[in-house]
Design a protein around this ligand. Structure first.
Ligand code: AMP
Length: 565
């Protein structure tokens, strides 16, 4: 009897696992499989992350519990993204390859007609993203009346992505006799609500939530202004031409912008986020897997489930909101016994978050410096020189050299090298006018009040708009309905400004500016650490006299800026 049969799985499945090279069950499998196979079906909550073997933890018992002679939908598995549902379905298909159980996968962004057609085959297990599942239920392509097992995979991420209503709707239409198995990396209150509402005394099992540190990952951070994060990233890319990694950003927009900017500068990078079509995402992943790019720039959600083993770097353009997500991200490197680097770019105000991470995941961060131009120059020159030294001489070169012999005859080796170097100067030197030192030593502006009391915000209004700090303060306070006394330090730059707001009074602050327009330009306010450095589409600046909202009234008039309808 092998180790999987000991947990109660069938010999049939044990054989498949053997052929897949699974020898020992992982901790979540050891805990979950016997419970899920038990004669008294039970609701179940598994707190486990991707990479812990959780798909097999529910997938293996599921395949054994399904009645292959019944040709109706018996299980639905919901996952947040197309990639994750595809990967889950792939695993389930592998596990069921020796059994007649049929698994289908359906997700948004793909042709629904062909999915409906595929579902006409007897299908016992449907893996789906919630939105598409609802569509298919409405079209009666998926029927819930015989569903005995509902699996919510990556439940926290499904809620983060706004699938709460879909999940509610689906669960409320499944039969009372069904059991629900919920897997989640974290346990936010919304998951508790789902469990209270739809689950009967679930058994909760947790593995690895206190993530053990992976000794193969070196955790590093650099401290640099938000505006310097991109140039800093370039320097690391330049210094490590062999880098192959993922850079995490917080928003889809930021992801695309950074990928575009680096791409335009000639770096091998591409964006991966939820606004891309399925075909685009597949193409990006294919290129990433075949190593035709240096860096994948991705959102946390899009990157979940990416199964690539030999990444040298994980870069955090911005730290994630939830510290747990940091371990998700950094765990993409240092896999399969290889060493990896997890490098966070933090601005001076985020310094304390490094301390929080150190405490929480029990790793030590090493502070490193953004490479200086001198280091890069030297590294580029050495790479170039090594390339020349290591180049295998082509036969044709003898012939060419004979031809050119007289041309070079009067030059010494040194003369020739100097001239060769001169031809490369553009490449070897920096002509970018960028500051040399991109490191920050400590926080930005001196403030009289306790900085910890405030959150820092960005707004795309600056000196160019003809405003004084006082004007800006009035504007911000008017639109947000937050009293002026709760605002702190304001720093005005040419195109944008930064301001502090008391943490007790800034809830939903950015939303209050949504739809506000000034001279046909949308005003954008967001937390400084989320700042994407967005472009000013209208180069037009407002004069003091015509600073007004689209309503035509002056800033100081009540309601002077209008929401776009
Ligand atoms: P998951 O956490 O479900 O995303 O699984 C991560 C990876 O581990 C997948 O590629 C699985 O095929 C693999 N895996 C899961 N369980 C085992 C096991 N017991 N032995 C070896 N590999 C496993």
């Amino acid at each position: 009897m092998n180790n999987f049969q000991k947990l109660g799985l069938s010999a049939n499945i044990a054989e498949v696992l053997d052929s897949m090279g699974f020898e020992n069950p992982t901790p979540i499998q050891q805990k979950a499989i016997p419970l899920l196979l038990s004669k008294d079906p039970t609701d179940f909550i598994g707190l486990a992350q991707t990479g812990t073997g959780k798909t097999a933890a529910f997938g293996l018992p599921l395949i054994d519990l399904i009645d292959p002679n019944l040709t109706v939908n018996q299980a639905i598995v919901m996952a947040p993204t197309r990639e994750l549902s595809q990967q889950t379905a792939d695993q389930l298909m592998s596990f069921s390859k020796n059994s007649p159980v049929n698994v289908e996968v359906v997700y948004g962004g793909a042709n629904i007609v062909s999915q409906i057609k595929a579902l006409k085959k007897p299908t016992q297990i449907v893996v789906a993203t919630p939105g598409r599942l609802i569509d298919l239920i409405k079209r009666r392509a998926v029927k819930l009346e015989n569903v005995e097992y509902v699996v919510l995979d990556e439940a926290d991420e499904m809620l983060n992505m706004g699938f709460k209503e879909e999940i509610d709707e689906i669960l409320s239409h499944t039969p009372d006799f069904r059991v629900t198995w919920l897997f989640s990396a974290t346990m936010p209150p919304e998951i508790k609500k789902i469990s209270n509402r739809y689950m009967n005394s679930p058994i909760e099992v947790s593995v690895n939530t206190e993530v053990k540190s992976n000794a193969d990952i070196t955790h590093q951070f650099v401290m640099t202004k938000t505006a310097n994060k991109l140039p800093a990233a370039r320097r690391f890319l330049d210094l490590h031409p062999d880098m192959r990694g993922i850079m995490f950003c917080r928003t889809k927009r930021e992801t695309q912008e950074i990928a575009d900017q680096l791409g335009n500068m000639g770096y091998g990078v591409e964006a991966l986020h939820g606004d891309l079509s399925q075909a685009q995402r597949d193409a990006v992943m294919k290129r990433f897997k075949t190593r035709s790019m240096q860096l994948l720039i991705a959102t946390d959600v899009a990157a979940r489930g990416i199964d690539v083993n030999d990444l040298t770097h994980v870069i955090h353009h911005t730290l994630p909101d939830q510290l747990e997500a940091y371990t998700h991200r950094s765990g993409r490197t240092g896999r399969a016994g290889k060493k990896g680097i997890s490098l966070a770019f933090i601005n001076p105000r985020e310094g304390r978050r490094i301390n929080e991470l150190e405490k929480k995941i029990k790793v030590k961060f090493e502070r490193i410096e953004v490479p200086t131009k001198e280091e890069l120059r030297s590294s580029r020159m050495h790479n170039w020189a090594n390339l020349i030294v290591n180049t295998k001489v082509d036969e044709q070169s003898h012939e060419i050299l004979t031809d050119l012999h007289t041309t070079f005859a009067h030059l010494s080796k040194e003369d020739i090298l100097k001239r060769l170097i001169t031809t490369q100067l553009d490449h070897l030197m920096f002509q970018d006018g960028e500051e040399d030192n991109l490191n920050e030593t400590h926080g930005g502006n001196p403030v009289s009040r306790d900085r910890g009391q405030f959150n820092r915000y960005f707004v795309n209004l600056g000196k160019i708009d003809g405003m004084s700090k006082g004007d800006l303060l009035h504007f911000l306070s008017d639109i947000s309905d937050v009293d002026r006394k709760y605002f702190g330090d304001i720093t005005m730059n040419k195109n944008c400004s930064y301001f502090d707001v008391d943490k007790g009074y800034d809830k939903g602050l950015n939303l209050k500016f949504e739809g506000i327009q000034v001279e046909d330009r949308s005003i954008r306010v967001n937390r400084d650490d989320e700042n994407t450095g967005g472009s000013r589409k209208s180069g037009k600046s407002f004069k003091k006299s015509n600073r007004k909202g689209s309503s035509g009234k002056s800033f100081r008039d009540k309601g002077r800026s209008r929401r776009r309808r």
